[in-house]
Every structure is written in C-alpha cells, then in structure tokens.
Design a protein around this ligand. Sequence first.
Ligand code: LLP
Length: 436
Amino acid sequence: MQDFLIHPNLNINEQGHLTVSGQDCVELAARYGTPLYLLDEQLVRTNCRAYVQTMKECFPEGSMPLLASKALSFTGIYKIAASEGMGTDLVSAGELYTAKKAGFPLEKAFFHGNNKTDADIAFAMDSGVGYFVVDNLHELIAVNSEAVRRGIRQKILLRLTPGIDPHTHKAITTGTVDSKFGSVIENGQAEEITLQALSMDGIDLRGFHCHVGSQVFEIDPFVQAAEIMLRFIKKMQDTHGYAAEYCNLGGGFGARYLPCHPQPDYVSYIRALAAEVNRICDALLMPCPKILLEPGRSIVAAAGTTLYTAGSVKHTPNGKTYVSVDGGMPDNPRYALYESPYTAVNASRAQQETELLCSVVGRCCESGDILQENVRIAPVQRGDVIAVLTTGAYNYSMASNYNRLPRPALVILNGEQNRIGIRRETFEDLVRCDEN
Ligand code: LLP
C-alpha cells in the first residue's frame, strides 16, 4: 500500500514516479540536481491563509499570525508571507537582515531571542522592527537604555514562562518553569518585570508572549497556556491598572511526518483554541486582547520535500541494509539531533511494493549521519531518486557545511513557473570566508 502519500500535494504519475504538486520528482532531480529542497508555494500559501483568515474570523481585530522565521528563513519565504498578510517572528539579526532584504514590512516583525546583544538591539532599532519580545530583566534594561539614548519609546512584549509541559521532545519544549526562556509567572518574577517595564521611559509595554513547545498535536497545552496568560493579564489590569493590548501564544502546531500521524487541520485547531480563549476571557469578565500566534512548522514543513540520488546499497552480515544518498545530516540534521521520524520514498519506483527494509544514510564520515532508520521503501538501484517528505521546516534553516558539503538549492514549485528560491552553493562559496 502506498501509504506514504501523506500530504495532499503528493501523488504518483503514469511513469510510476512520485509527484509533488503535480511535478515529477525524477524530472525535477534531473533538471535541478540533487540533493534538492523543494517548497510547494501553493501549500505554503494555503497554510498562511488558514491562519490569517481564521484568526481574523475568531479573534479581535489586529490579531495576526507571525511566521516563525527559525523554521525557514530566506528572502523568498518573507515575500510569500508578506503577500499573505502574515507578520513575522525573528530570532536573530541575521533573520532580521534577510527579512529586511526581502522588503518585509518590519512594523509587523517581532524580534525574539533570549540574549540579544547590544549590537542586535541597535540594529533592530535602526531597521525599524515593530516590537521586541524581551526575555528577561537584563535585556529589558539594555533595550530601555538604547531607546532612551535615541529618544524613542520601543514597543515591546515581555516573554513569560507559563510552566506548561506539552510532552514533546525535551529539546523543543520551551515553556516549563526551568526553561532558559522568559520570566516565570508562578513565583512573581513576571509581575516584577512588568512593573519595571511600565516604569521605564524608553519602553512601551504592549503585552505578553509565551511559547509552550513544538510539534504538538493536542490543543490542550495551548489552552492551558492561554488560561495562565489571560489570568496574568487580568491580574495586571486589576492590581496595576495595566491593560495588555497583545497576548502572543507562540507557535507549535504539529506537522504530519508519518502516515500514522494525524492529518492536521489548522483551521479547526485555531477555531477550537479561539473558542477556549473567548470562554476564558468571558469567565474573567475581560475583553479578549489581540491574539498573536507564531507558526513555523505548520506553515512550511509539509510543503517541503528533499530529493536525493541513491548511491550504494549495502547489506551487512547481520542483515542490515544501508541506502546511501548524496546528502545527509548537513542538509537535514533532525534525525541525528532528535531522532525525528520521516517518511522516505523511492520516487523513481513509487508504484512498487515497499519491501526493502533499510536505513537511509548520508555521505558524511560519521556513523550518526542517518536520515532515517528502518524504513520500508521500494527496492533501490544506484541512481534512483529518493524523496524524504515533510522537510520544509528546520531543515534548510539548520543545515551546515559539515564535511564541506555545499548546501543544496531550494526550488519554489509553482506550476510551470518554478523559481530558484536559494541557489545551490558552489565550492567557491565554501572558501569565500577563508582568509589564509
Ligand atoms: N515561537 C517561538 C518563541 C519559538 O520558540 C518557536 C519554536 C516557534 C514560535 C515556532 O514553533 P513551530 O510552530 O515551528 O513549532 N529545531 C527544532 C524546533 C525548535 C523549535 C523552537 N521554537 C526542530 O527541528 O524540531
């Protein structure tokens, strides 16, 4: 059974080849070379619209989704996000520079990070970033001093830690009390930093932010976080007369990596979350603040596919089979880091039985260079195109040049008008910064 067709844009054509958005993966590999990142523009836009429209429908005016740049940052994605009416969340001066270069409207940008340097702060202010999301007291003091020096009042949100554990991988849980991020609500730290922010001349406090974790399929952790945040907002209103304009609930909705994962319906998730947020606000007898969400994975993951060319197929004495491809942990470090699951497909023989149990491995000099272990794909011949699905999030953005492998190109699929979103790195690119 071809149960690997896990996204609506995947299919098999008459040649028995896997297609993405109607385009033949074998032809794409031949035309652009491998390894190759594909990004289906239509699917990205559909996901953006699910957020933009549903949030408009269900939350107060001014509520908006912000593309979490960390999932995928290059100029093309900011152009798509901007044209769909998204804001963006940026975590570094490099992401900011990229968004700026793409002409992204930076008044809709939120500048994150738990340790902004003085240079980052100055660069973000020079660039006219709309909001800083301030992580802690030291950072608040630094942002205030720079703002005062410039004679401005910088709009900010304060990042808070609601103390929720969404039961995802520990490296991608961010909202627990011992997290490195944000000020803790339950021990009074959050209230203290709020009062400090309200007393500062260079700071214009507009609300609060939290983020509970990533690759979460249940709505529950988000509702719990919302309840804690909204109670805190109500308390600030009642005890200090401060009415927050924004409540930013972060990102984190999951993507389908395996046939056994649910097919997420982001419209339903947002509607369900909105119903709970509105219920909580009613119970607290307060108007709902503007809501911000920061989706990364749920916008781009499923829209991405990586194509490789298979090289050697090797059987070990103990019955293991390795299919080596021409990429690996430099273009996708997520299995090496988190043992993240992926669906792999022999795109050249997508109609055949998936009877080969194998590990798909890369070509780095390291045994941990594994893309996926123990997957079933159609038997592989050297030269076959191997597709790894759902690679749009945290693949290119976490890619490296380990073993001096050039980073792949990224092609934006859009009917017959495909365009190169990121060109393939050359060997010359690899030595560009070498001085001696
Ligand atoms: N907002 C904040 C403050 C975040 O920390 C994150 C993710 C997001 C939004 C976006 O979350 P998403 O919607 O993409 O789940 N490298 C890991 C993921 C780390 C995510 C960290 N924060 C991975 O490859 O799975």
